[in-house]
Design a protein around this ligand. Structure first.
Ligand code: ADP
Length: 201
C-alpha cells in the first residue's frame, strides 16, 4: 500500500482537504491530534514527560499543561529537543501501527504540520502540500481560533516557509479561494490510485 503525507502551513486548509480525501474513502492519520492524545494516554510517554519536565507538566486531572510546557521549552532548544525525542518516536510508531491496520484502501494519508521539518516525509512514498496566500491564511486562522493577527503571525514565523514546502512536494493543492478544492483533490486521488496499482503490478 502507498503511504502519502499531507502538510501545509497553519491556515492553509490541510484539515479541510483531508476531510475531502476521507469522503473519497481514504483513511487519514492526524499526527498532531494523535500526538496530543498520546501525550496524555500512552503510559510510557507520560512517564517520560514526567521524568523530563516534572509533575507540573500535567494538571490534577491528567491533562497536559500546555501553556506551562510552552513557557518551559520556549527559549530552551535543548529541552525542546529532549521533549521531541520522546514524542516523535512514540507518534511515529503509533503511525506505523495505524498504517498496518488499514486494509481495503489504495493508499493512506498522514496529516502533519511539520512533515518536512520533522523528516517524517522521508518514510512516506509521496507528499502533498496545501498552500494558500499568507493574508488568507492569517484571516482564516483568526476566524477559526478567535486569536489576534500577531498570535497567528508568530505561529507562521516558526514554520518552514510555504514556498519551500511547495518545492519539496510531489503534489500541490492551491486553496487560494479562486481554484476549487474538490477537482484538485480528485485529480490527485486518481493519480495516487494509479500509482498504487502500478506498485502492486
Ligand atoms: P489548517 O488545518 O491547514 O490549519 P484548516 O483546514 O483548519 O487549516 O482551515 C483553516 C480555516 O479556514 C478553517 O476554519 C476552514 O474551515 C477554513 N477554510 C479552509 N479552506 C477554505 C476554503 N476553501 N473556503 C472557505 N474556508 C476555508
Amino acid at each position: 500500500m502507498l503511504h502519502v503525507g499531507i502538510t501545509g502551513g497553519i491556515g492553509s486548509g490541510k484539515t479541510t482537504v483531508c476531510k475531502i480525501f476521507e469522503i473519497l474513502g481514504i483513511p487519514v492519520y492526524y499526527a498532531d491530534e494523535r500526538a496530543k492524545w498520546l501525550m496524555e494516554h500512552q503510559a510510557s510517554l507520560v512517564q517520560g514527560i514526567l521524568g523530563l519536565l516534572g509533575q507540573e507538566a500535567y494538571t490534577g486531572e491528567g491533562k497536559l499543561n500546555r501553556s506551562w510546557i510552552s513557557g518551559k521549552v520556549f527559549g530552551n532548544p535543548e529541552l525542546l529537543s529532549q521533549l521531541n525525542a520522546l514524542v516523535h518516536p512514540a507518534v511515529a510508531q503509533d503511525g506505523f501501527d495505524w498504517q498496518d491496520r488499514q486494509t481495503d484502501c489504495p493508499y493512506t494519508l498522514k496529516e502533519a504540520a511539520l512533515l518536512f521539518e520533522s523528516g517524517s516525509y522521508l518514510l512516506l512514498d509521496k507528499t502533498i502540500v496545501v498552500t494558500a496566500p499568507l493574508e488568507l491564511r492569517i484571516k482564516r486562522v483568526m476566524d477559526r481560533d478567535g486569536v489576534p493577527r500577531q498570535a497567528v503571525q508568530e505561529r507562521i514565523d516558526r514554520q518552514m516557509p510555504e514556498e519551500d514546502k511547495v518545492r519539496k512536494a510531489d503534489y500541490v493543492i492551491y486553496n487560494d479561494g479562486q481554484r476549487l478544492l474538490i477537482p484538485q483533490v480528485i485529480a490527485i486521488h486518481q493519480g495516487l490510485v494509479e500509482a498504487a496499482k502500478a506498485m502492486i503490478s
